[in-house]
Design a protein around this ligand. Structure first.
Ligand code: PHE
Length: 449
């Protein structure tokens, strides 16, 4: 059967960017940047995107286009002994989709709160905590978000949603730039802007690198087989390297602006205390309503903003669910309906503990983490680095970089060829290995950094 293809580079870049740009950029990046020292996190993140990220993305796309298959099949075709890397990659979206939908549910809740005149209430201290600590409300919103995702996947309306989001994405960018501009110009924001932009090298640690690396994989949708699948739909005359650079640029800019919108606002509204910078997953939800509260027409702007974030989150969750469904379809020979139902059941089962982990189960900890943080940690800081490491070793030493370079160079010769091989063979594996081992040891208390 001939595979459907994207219409051209623009089509491919937009579809892949729709998957890449999501809650990772707007919700996750700012709270990690706040937590891990602002400027230093930003710097490490940028270096990682430019070195490991872009090449890994190019390599995954090339693997997909060369084989015409998604993760498991692509590894198997290139060398049948290594299909386990594909399986490991496939585990990531299965673990991410449930808790992604919990956060998506929070966004849905905030959108409806703003629509129904609750903008001021949502800016009060304790609003977020009491919402997430209640049992049923967050669960209900989680199910609404997951349901919306499932409907799109069931009825195949994702094409429609993608069309809409192509128009809405640029609007989101413009709005985020506007909000960031507003925040930066407030009196008292300077300290926060400096915290976000100036690297403080005394705060550099292996943990910063691990957090930045996990975020880079997550945000760029690499190290989980998704870009392999996207590559399998890409036409041969579209440039892989140029596409990867454009997706990375777009993705990074949105993360950067989101940080600029949220991190200085923490200084504005809570003086940048350590506790407020360390809020974690709640940061965006605590901070942005306060920003809107201080803006003329803030309630309306906030409503539009949360709607746009909801769309960005949906395009990403749809691509996550699509991936999981197609894995179940291919590997278990299930019909599309059954595979979708199985995905739903698993997501609900894993999503429930993540949701009630902020309330009813707040004393239940795994490795000292709440459920949501635990799933996030296992997928982003453990499995994804391992998949990225194995993928780099596989390309570097089993199939050899040249195999993929042939695919990448089908459109035009790659000037930075040497970098590609160097990164894939040495830089990426060494960096990932050091970071992964040190930080795992420290997590289990065997080592202090
Ligand atoms: N990259 C998406 C984000 O930044 C998350 C995601 C990961 C989506 C993997 C799809 C697949 O939000």
């Amino acid at each position: 059967m001939k595979r459907d293809t994207f219409t051209g580079r623009v089509g491919f870049v937009l579809a892949a960017a729709g998957s890449a740009v999501g809650l990772g950029n707007i919700w996750r990046f700012p709270y990690l940047a706040a937590q891990y020292g602002g400027g230093i996190f930003l710097l490490v993140y940028l270096v990682l995107v430019l070195t490991v990220g872009i090449w890994l993305m190019s390599a995954e796309i090339a693997m997909g286009r060369k084989t015409g298959l998604s993760a498991v099949g692509a590894f198997r075709t290139l060398n049948s002994k290594y299909s386990f890397i594909g399986y490991l990659a496939a585990l990531v979206p299965i673990l991410v989709l449930p808790y992604y939908s919990v956060i998506g549910g929070w966004v849905t809740k905030y959108f409806f709160a703003f629509v129904s005149g609750g903008a001021a209430a949502s800016a009060t201290n304790g609003f977020f905590d009491s919402f997430t600590a209640s049992t049923f409300e967050p669960l209900a919103w989680f199910l609404v978000f997951l349901g919306l995702t499932a409907i799109a996947v069931f009825f195949g309306v994702e094409k429609g949603i993608e069309k809409v989001s192509r128009v809405l994405m640029p609007v989101l960018v413009i709005l985020a730039v506007f909000i960031a501009g507003f925040v930066v110009l407030q009196k008292g924001a300077l300290e926060g802007v400096l915290y976000y932009l100036t690297p403080d090298f005394s705060r550099f640690s292996v943990k910063t690198v691990l957090a930045a690396m996990g975020q880079m994989f997550y945000s760029m949708s690499v190290a989980m087989g998704i870009m392999i699948t996207y590559g399998s739909y890409m036409k041969p005359d579209v440039s892989i390297a140029t596409s990867a650079k454009q997706i990375a640029l777009f993705d990074t800019c949105i993360a950067f602006v989101s940080g600029l919108m949220i991190v200085p606002a923490v200084f504005l509204f809570s003086g940048g205390s350590e506790q407020s910078l360390n809020q974690g997953p709640g940061l965006m939800f605590e901070t942005l309503p306060k920003v809107f509260q201080n803006m003329n027409g803030g309630a309306a702007i906030g409503t539009v903003f949360f709607l746009l974030v909801l769309f960005a989150a949906l395009t990403s969750s749809i691509s996550l669910m699509e991936t999981v469904v197609s894995i179940f379809q291919d590997q278990m020979k299930l019909s599309r309906i059954r595979a979708s139902l199985l995905t739903l059941v698993i997501s609900i089962m894993l999503g429930i503990p993540s949701s009630i982990g902020f309330g009813l189960w707040k004393d239940v900890r795994v490795l000292g983490l709440q459920f949501l943080d635990f799933f996030d940690f296992i997928s982003n800081s453990v499995i994804m680095p391992i998949v990225a490491l194995l993928t780099a070793l596989f390309i570097g030493y089993v199939i050899k970089p040249q195999t993929l370079l042939d695919e990448i160079e089908r459109t035009s010769p790659l000037k930075s060829k040497g970098w590609f091989s160097l990164t894939i063979r040495y830089f990426a594996p060494v960096c990932i290995l050091i970071v992964l081992i040190t930080s795992l040891l420290s997590t289990f208390g065997l080592f202090t950094i």
